[in-house]
Design a protein around this ligand. Sequence first.
Ligand code: GLN
Length: 479
Amino acid sequence: MTPMMGAAEVRAAVASRQLSAVEVCREALDRIAALDPGLNAFRTTTAERALARAAALDARDDLHALPLAGVPIAIKDNICTKGVETTAGSRILEGYRPPYDATVVARLEAAGAIVVGKTNCDEFAMGSSTENSAYGPTRHPRALDRTPGGSSGGSAAAVAAGMVPLALGSDTGGSIRQPAGFCGITGFKPTYGRVSRYGLLAFASSLDQIGPMARDVTDAALTFKVLAGHDPRDSTSIADRAPDAVRHAGLDGLKVGVPRHLLDGPGVESDVLAAFDVAVGAMQTAGATIVEIALPHASHGVPVYYILATAEASANLARYDGVRFGSRADDAGSLDEMYARTRGERFGPEVKRRIVLGTYVLSAGYYDAYYRKAQQVRTLLGRDYAHAFGQVDVITCPTSPTTAFPLGARTADPLQMYLSDVFTVGANLAGLPAVSVPCGVSSSQLPIGLQFIGPAMADTLVLDVAGAFERAAPWNGAA
Ligand code: GLN
């Protein structure tokens, strides 16, 4: 396996026995051992478990029936893996070994994928740079003084550096797409409810969604097929009988909406705008019609997101009390002191900020002014998208206003950090499928991401369009 082999290629080589799963697994583990000390993309590796599973796989005679036979995969550390430490980047979960696998992990393993490790992330997926991890930041594989993005930065760096062909991330407000964009890979956030959240450590339950991070769109689509499907263990999981809204595969005749008014605001780097315009030009050349659309409430996306996400987080994180999961403060004199010290000492500053903010917006005197109002604007934002999809098949915009920023550049200013989510939070608030694909590099050779957003349940359409773009675009996915 060369470092640049994608999941589909690895799977074909393993299924046809050109490569053994053990050989592939060993190479991935070797590369992690060689590269990770400089990147900190992994929290844990699972060498023994992985090699044993790979050997068991090699002994089977039905490899052709397994869509991910022998493909090494890294799992974001906020997704439960049975018996393997799962911390979500937090001290409070240090030593926590879940007694069960997340549904996505079980599905991947049933499809023949080999889990080689858990990846670093911002604490409880709160952040855009992995700098909120209690275990140190991950570094960008192409520029070690920069962030790979976040919160799924470890997964993005692991794929971009060629340590694994595939990884899972979670996306609450952009955490799959933004790091994919920063690192020059493909990241897909499915329609809310298409992929089970059972075993995902909840951040904001109405927004969280798990999805693939891969070298190209083919691999992301292959993985999505394995992940998607109804799960009775997740009450928000969409029934399988729901049809996949498929239109057609190409760019020819496709109507692509561009919310130009969002791009004019300050803060969008000129290199990002230039790359976006080239990308739109490439779509037109391939036969797409570009339609300017309006998303009148999109400018409220970031504040609405940070009210709702913190409100949900404040409730979800109440369960970490030192009793049920992970670690506990020692020597507390009373139960109250144990709660207070466990949470006080083991949650990081960003998590505490969000618990306080979320509790505030839900509190009696402020609920109407903040939480209820944000829910109302969320509805309006959803209507903006529904209206736009009456006119166009997909919407495109940059994934992020900037390329990967230097480590430390935004840590002192949370608002600045939050603004990196302006183009991504909309898809979460409206529950829509959205993908980030590479669309070239900046003048300093940093990758730039392009996003396609589709109507709910049009996951296949979004991936097909992204695949057509990847083939049509001059940079051909390999930024
Ligand atoms: N950057 C956003 C936040 O900090 C999104 C995180 C995510 O998608 N998990 O909340």
